[in-house]
Design a protein around this ligand. Structure first.
Ligand SMILES: [Zn+2]
Length: 640
């Protein structure tokens, strides 16, 4: 939406306003026009996509938008004792692109652990392996000779494929690898009897209109980018083990004893937390059908990935809640954990409240999945419907990570952003939710948010614009530039736009891009359209420049029993002003300006304060205000 839309919004309100208000509005709009005319810097591939009509400048997919699709039928065997995983994946792939795919790119993520692979994370020598063994590969039932594929780290290139536009092909790969026993990088053995298994099957990389094949290798630190598809997965494990996974368990009665199948069903009908599996149940056994092995069948429709957990010694707490009042659809929330980890007992409660907040408050759209399962693990990592989360000792960490990981279900899963290239597109949201949800889901748990990564590193040589592709982020400012800075930018934007308009913008973005692959440019334009405001000046200064948050109280002067306080912005990031005056009688007054105050390029804002009762101290900042120079943030009445 352009400047005329904003004028219309104001025009509709004019007749209710006094002349004074009218003048104020003109003062507000005039400087805004110049700021709003800003164009965002763009890159060549994005420009080409707009010219080709696959993307648009209004934030919606272009008329010629396309994305490819792969449906996965997976059959795997997991031996928890030997840590061997083997199986077959059948992929039904549709090339919706206008291009003939002469080479196909596959991802073999377990090759992170292959001895010869490049990595940016440490792997213990004992966990170095031969990587994924590709035992056979067929294309449309035709056996492909191994000389036709080339494996380079986690990428496998298949030459001579020639998949035409609109063509559907069937690929079948039989594969095997050894699960890592230590060096837990999001997947592998947690302890004896507990495993979190992700990135385990060969899959086709994303081929999109911006970059063609997604060739970013997985080196350990990066995250992922996957096409949508339907997953039908059969997981065979020894009879005493249970499996939790993305999607719906389709054969509950075949794998669980009836008493436990009934408890799961009960959890899906009631709000109160229920102990589906207790420590006593684990001692007694006979939870699953006593057969040498059980095959667990799962189905997940239109998701980007599939992960699962396997254990014979975890307890399980569950509850469910209505996420869509119109249809009465419920989501089951699970905490599956080592019974010795007592801090995990509160997880299901926070998880349930997070899902409720997401459905009813922000963004206020029904939670899209049938279950949300948090599994005690050695990381803090999200998968569709699944989270692998450490048993944090600190309650504050449990609250924040629970909110963070669950919010990831929207980004990058429900809205399929490219984490390999722009991880800020999901990490910014998930981190912002820690700020937003913490007081709502755990009002009694202390909030003491650590902003040090921005306060200490913003403006250093290593600090780069948020728009820097994630693979190019190294060193000190990496976390700030992909997680915390984008979270603050969104949090301050919410304060500026107000909850209603901000939520309306985010809902518009989610509805426009659900099940698709938006770029940052689609995100910016879509938020502009949803908010009914051109926010480009704000996106430019936070995302395309080296955003440095820094405010200062640069002068305080007294005139006729009034104080004039000048707040300047030596930094470059548009941040909100929260100015607190502390009076002699113990009272205080907070004066605020949102980040929007900087839209016209000004560098200072003047506040006026009464000096009765006497002002003893003035300070800048709040719990979520980043500032690289705290020492110029306060003024203390000089003693005579
Ligand atoms: Zn995250």
């Amino acid at each position: 939406m352009d400047i005329s839309a904003v004028k219309t919004i104001f025009a509709n309100s004019f007749r209710f306003m006094s002349r004074f208000a009218f003048v104020c509005i003109l003062l507000f709009v005039a400087p805004f026009q110049s700021a709003m005319a800003q164009q965002l810097p763009t890159d060549r591939h994005t420009g080409k996509a707009v010219a080709n009509g696959t993307r648009s400048v209004n934030g919606a997919p272009g008329n010629a938008y396309w994305q490819n699709k792969g449906d996965y039928d997976i059959d795997v065997n997991v031996n928890p004792v030997s840590c061997q995983l083997s199986g077959t994946v059948r992929i039904d792939y549709v090339n919706n692109s206008p291009d003939t795919l002469k080479t196909m790119l596959f991802k073999l993520y377990p090759n992170l652990y292959k001895g010869s692979s490049m990595r940016n994370t440490q792997i213990a020598t004992a966990d170095l392996s031969n990587g994924v063994q590709v035992n056979s590969l067929t294309l449309d039932d035709r056996a492909i000779d191994s000389t036709q594929w080339r494996i380079n780290g986690t990428n496998m290139y298949l030459r001579g494929s020639s998949v035409l536009p609109r063509q559907r092909v069937r690929i079948q790969i039989s594969f095997a690898y050894s699960l890592n026993k230590g060096s837990f990088n999001r997947t592998g053995r947690i302890t004896d009897g507990a495993y979190f298994i992700a990135y385990f099957f060969p899959r086709i990389a994303v081929y999109d209109d911006i970059d063609g094949w997604n060739e970013y290798p997985y080196l350990g630190k990066e995250e992922f980018y996957n096409d949508y598809g339907n997953f039908r997965v059969r997981i065979t494990v020894p009879g005493t083990y249970q499996v939790w996974a993305t999607g719906d368990l389709k054969n509950t009665a075949e794998v669980y004893e009836p008493a436990f199948a009934e408890k799961i069903s009960q959890a899906e009908r009631q709000d109160d937390v229920i102990d589906v599996i207790t420590a006593e149940d684990l001692k007694r056994g006979r939870i699953t059908k006593s057969q040498p092995t059980n095959s667990w069948q799962f189905e997940a429709i239109n998701v980007t990935d599939f992960a699962f957990a396997v254990s014979n010694n975890y307890v399980w707490k569950a509850a469910s809640l209505v996420v869509d009042p119109q249809t009465q659809r419920r989501t089951r929330v699970d905490a599956v954990y080592n019974p010795d980890h007592k801090t995990y007992e509160s997880v299901v409660g926070y998880a349930s409240k997070t899902v409720a907040q997401m459905s009813n408050h922000f963004p206020g759209l029904p939670f899209p999945y049938a279950h949300m399962t948090l599994v005690d693990g050695l990381d803090a990592m999200e998968y569709p419907m699944m989270v692998n989360m450490l048993p944090f000792a600190d309650e504050k960490d449990i609250v924040e990570f629970t909110a963070h990981e669950i919010f990831h279900m929207l980004f990058p899963f429900y809205v399929g952003t490219n984490e390999t290239k722009y991880s800020f597109m999901d990490e910014g949201w998930a981190t912002m939710m820690e700020f937003l949800f913490h007081p709502l889901i755990a009002p009694t748990v202390n909030i003491d948010y650590d902003l040090s990564s921005v306060n200490e590193y913003a403006g250093l040589a290593e600090d780069v614009p948020i728009m820097t592709p994630t693979a190019q982020l190294y060193g000190k400012a990496r976390y700030a530039d992909k997680d915390l800075k984008p979270a603050l930018a969104l949090f301050y934007l919410r304060e500026w736009l107000g909850e209603k308009r901000f939520t309306q913008a985010v809902q518009h973005y989610i509805r426009t891009w659900a099940g698709k692959h938006p770029t940052p440019y689609d995100f910016f334009a879509s938020m502009n359209a949803g908010a009914g405001m051109n926010l480009n000046w704000y996106w430019k200064r936070w995302y395309f420049e080296k955003a440095i948050p820094d405010l200062a109280i640069s002068s305080v002067s007294r005139k006729e029993a009034m104080y004039q306080v000048t707040v300047t912005s030596p930094g470059t990031a548009p941040v909100p002003i929260h100015l607190t005056a502390f009076y002699q009688d113990g009272t205080k007054q907070v004066l605020k300006r949102s980040a929007g105050i900087w839209a016209d390029g000004r560098k200072k804002v003047v506040f006026t304060l009464k000096d009765t009762p006497r002002v003893d101290k003035i300070s800048l900042g709040s719990a979520y205000d980043a500032d690289i120079q705290p020492k110029n943030n306060s003024w203390i009445r000089p003693t005579k």
